[in-house]
Design a protein around this ligand. Structure first.
Ligand code: PEP
Ligand code: MG
Length: 571
C-alpha cells in the first residue's frame, strides 16, 4: 500500500483499477529491409488496426457523448483512407528499402509541414489530424499501447500527467469511476470538468504516474485529496463504507431539491450551477439548481478541428435555455486561452498564457468569431431567460466595445426579421483586480456582475492556478480577496444591480457564510455543491453574518478569517 496526497478536486470515493493515460514512447530506429512487400503489409496492417480502432471509438463516442464529440474521429478516418498520404509511404518503402516506421514518419512530416504552412485555416487544421493519426499508426507498428479514453469499457480510475478538457470530454462516466493527475489545482479545467461529470478526482499529486502501474488497485478520495495505491483489504472496506455514507448523505441533500434557498432569517439567495455543455442540465435539474450562473461556452469550440458554426452554437444555447424554462441562464462568451487551447486557431505560444491573448481580448480582435457567437446567442434568446456576460474584462472600454458588437448584431438580426428577446441583461465577469477596484464605475453601465474568483484569486495573489507548487496561495478567504468581493457587491447594490459569484469559492462551505453576510445575491457552483450549500444556508442567519462584516474585512490573514468563521458556524 502507498498513499499520496493531492488536491481534492471532485467529491466522492472511487475504488477501481488504474488505467494509465500516458503518451507512449514512439521512438524508432531506421533499418534497411530485405523484403519491401512484407514491410508494406506490416504498414497496411497497422493502418487497418488503426481504422478498426477509430471506427469503434467513433461509435462509442457517438453513443455516449453525442455527435459533436464523435466528429473528430471521422476526420481521422478520412486521413487513414487517403491514398495521397498512404501511397508515398509504400513507394518509399519500395524504392529506398526502409522500414515502415521511417516511411510513415517521413511522409507524415512532409504533409504536416505543408499543411501547417498554408494560409487557409481549414488546411492547417488537417495537419493536426495527420499528427494524431500518425501517432496511432506508429504505436501499432511499434506494438505499444496507444491510450484511448473513449474506448474504456471496464471500471477504471484514469491516471494521467494532466487531462486536457478534450480528454476529459471523452471520458465515459459509466466506466471511468475517478481520475487522478500529477498536475492541476482545484480550479484547473480538468477539476472543473470532473465536478460537472460528478466523477471523484484528486489532482496535483505530482508523482501519481510514476508511482502507479497499469492495473494497480486504486482508491481516490475526492473529498480529502487522498489516493491509495494497492490498498489493503481493511482500507478497501473502510473506504467502501465512506463511499456508502457519502451516498446516504446525498440522499439527505436530495430532499431539498425543490425547495428555495432561504437563510434561517428568511432571506432568499439564488443557487445556480456552472455548466459546460447542454448535457450538464440534467445534473443541474437533479441537483435543484435555481438557474445556470455560468455556461462556459468554450467547450463548444474544443475537441474538434474547426470553429463551431452559428447554427451549431444556436442549437446548444437553445437546448440549454429550453431545458431551464424561465430560470435564468447566464452564458459567458468565449473564454479561450490560459489552460484552454484551440489548436486550430494556431495561436503563437506565449510566456504567460494566463496574462495573454485570451477571452474578450481575442474576441474583440477576432470579431468574426465573436459576432458568430453573439448572433447564435441572440437568435436563441427567445427560448428562455438569457443573460450574457463577457469574460476577463479589464477596462470599461472593452465592455463598451463588446456591448456595441452585441447591439450591432442584434440590430442586424431584427432587420433581417429574426425575433430577438428585448430584455437580455448584459453583465461582466469580475476576474481582474483592476475591475474589482473600480467596480463602482462599471456598475453604472453593466446589468450585473459575476465574480470569477478562480482567476481573481490567481491575479490578486500572483499565483498561477495550474501550478500546484504555489497552490497554497489560492486563498479565497484572504482579506484582500474579501475586500475586493465586498467592493463589487457594494458597487452593484449602490446602482440597483445584482452581484453573483461563479468561481469555485461560491460553493465553499467556509466562504458561503462570509458571502451571505457580504450580501452576495447569486452563488453559482458545480451542480453537486448546490444541495450541500442549500442545506448549509438554511441554518445560517444573514443578519448575524452581516454583523461580522467590518471585523472580517479588517483581519490580516486567511487563517484568521477561517478560524473565526469555523467558530461562529460550528464547522
Ligand atoms: C473564474 O475565473 O472564476 C471562472 C469562473 O472562470 P474560469 O474558471 O472558466 O476561468
Ligand atoms: Mg476565469
Amino acid at each position: 500500500m502507498k498513499q499520496l496526497s493531492g488536491i481534492a478536486a471532485s467529491n466522492g470515493i472511487a475504488i477501481a483499477k488504474a488505467f494509465k493515460l500516458a503518451v507512449p514512447d514512439l521512438s524508432f530506429e531506421q533499418r534497411k529491409i530485405e523484403n519491401p512487400s512484407d514491410e508494406i503489409s506490416r504498414l497496411h496492417d497497422a493502418i487497418n488496426t488503426s481504422k478498426t480502432e477509430l471506427e469503434k471509438i467513433k461509435e462509442h463516442a457517438r453513443k455516449t457523448l453525442g455527435d459533436e464529440h464523435a466528429e473528430i474521429f471521422s476526420a481521422h478516418l478520412l486521413v487513414l483512407s487517403d491514398p495521397e498520404l498512404i501511397n508515398p509511404m509504400t513507394d518509399k518503402i519500395e524504392s529506398e528499402k526502409v522500414n515502415a516506421e521511417v516511411a510513415l514518419d517521413a511522409v507524415a512530416q512532409t504533409f504536416i509541414q505543408m499543411f501547417e504552412s498554408m494560409d487557409n485555416e481549414y488546411m492547417r487544421e488537417r495537419a493536426a489530424d495527420i499528427k494524431d493519426v500518425t501517432k496511432r499508426i506508429m504505436a501499432h507498428l511499434l506494438n505499444v499501447t496507444f491510450p484511448n479514453p473513449a474506448l474504456i469499457d471496464e471500471e477504471v480510475i484514469v491516471i494521467a500527467d494532466d487531462l486536457t478538457p478534450s480528454d476529459t470530454a471523452q471520458l465515459n462516466k459509466q466506466f471511468v469511476k475517478g481520475f487522478t493527475t500529477n498536475i492541476g489545482g482545484r480550479t484547473s479545467h480538468s477539476a472543473i470538468m470532473a465536478r460537472s461529470l460528478e466523477i471523484p478526482a484528486v489532482v496535483g499529486t505530482k508523482t501519481i504516474t510514476a508511482e502507479v502501474n497499469e492495473g494497480d488497485m486504486i482508491i481516490v478520495d475526492g473529498m480529502d485529496g487522498t489516493v491509495i495505491i494497492n490498498p489493503t483489504s481493511d482500507e478497501i472496506s473502510q473506504y467502501t463504507s465512506k463511499q456508502e455514507q457519502f451516498e446516504q448523505q446525498k440522499q439527505e441533500w436530495a430532499k431539498l431539491k425543490d425547495e428555495p434557498t432561504v437563510s434561517s432569517d428568511g432571506v432568499h439567495v439564488e443557487l445556480a450551477a456552472n455548466i459546460g455543455t447542454p448535457d450538464d442540465i440534467e445534473g443541474v435539474i437533479n441537483n435543484g439548481g435555481e438557474g445556470v450562473g455560468l455556461y462556459r461556452t468554450e467547450f463548444l469550440y474544443m475537441g474538434k478541428n474547426e470553429l463551431p458554426t452559428e447554427d451549431e452554437q444556436y442549437e446548444s444555447y437553445k437546448s440549454v435555455l429550453e431545458q431551464m424554462g424561465d430560470k435564468p441562464v447566464v452564458v459567458r462568451t468565449l473564454d479561450i486561452g490560459g489552460d484552454k487551447e484551440l489548436p486550430y486557431l494556431d495561436l503563437p505560444e506565449e510566456m504567460n498564457p494566463f496574462l495573454g491573448y485570451r477571452a474578450i481580448r481575442l474576441c474583440l480582435d477576432r470579431d468574426d468569431i465573436f459576432r458568430t457567437q453573439l448572433r447564435a446567442l441572440l437568435r436563441a434568446s427567445v427560448y428562455g431567460n438569457l443573460k450574457i456576460m463577457f469574460p476577463m474584462i479589464a477596462t470599461l472600454d472593452e465592455f463598451r466595445q463588446a456591448k456595441a458588437l452585441l447591439l450591432e448584431e442584434k440590430d442586424k438580426l431584427v432587420q433581417e426579421g429574426t425575433k430577438v428577446n428585448d430584455d437580455i441583461e448584459i453583465g461582466i465577469m469580475v476576474e481582474i483586480p483592476s475591475t474589482a477596484v473600480i467596480a463602482r464605475q462599471f456598475a453604472k453601465e453593466v446589468d450585473f456582475f459575476s465574480i470569477g474568483t478562480n482567476d481573481l484569486i490567481q491575479y490578486t495573489m500572483a499565483a498561477d492556478r495550474m501550478n500546484e507548487q504555489v497552490s497554497y496561495l489560492y486563498q479565497p478567504y484572504h482579506p484582500a480577496i474579501l475586500n475586493l468581493v465586498n467592493n463589487v457587491i457594494e458597487a452593484a447594490h449602490a446602482e440597483g444591480k445584482w452581484a453573483g459569484m461563479c468561481g469555485e469559492m461560491a460553493g465553499d462551505s467556509i466562504a458561503i457564510p462570509i458571502l451571505l453576510g457580504l450580501g452576495l445575491d447569486e452563488f453559482s457552483m458545480s451542480a453537486t455543491s448546490i444541495l450541500p450549500a442549500r442545506t448549509q444556508i438554511k441554518q445560517l442567519s444573514k443578519e448575524e453574518l452581516a454583523s461580522y462584516k467590518d471585523q472580517l474585512l479588517s483581519m490580516s490573514t486567511a487563517d484568521e478569517v477561517e478560524a473565526f468563521i469555523r467558530e461562529k458556524t460550528n464547522q
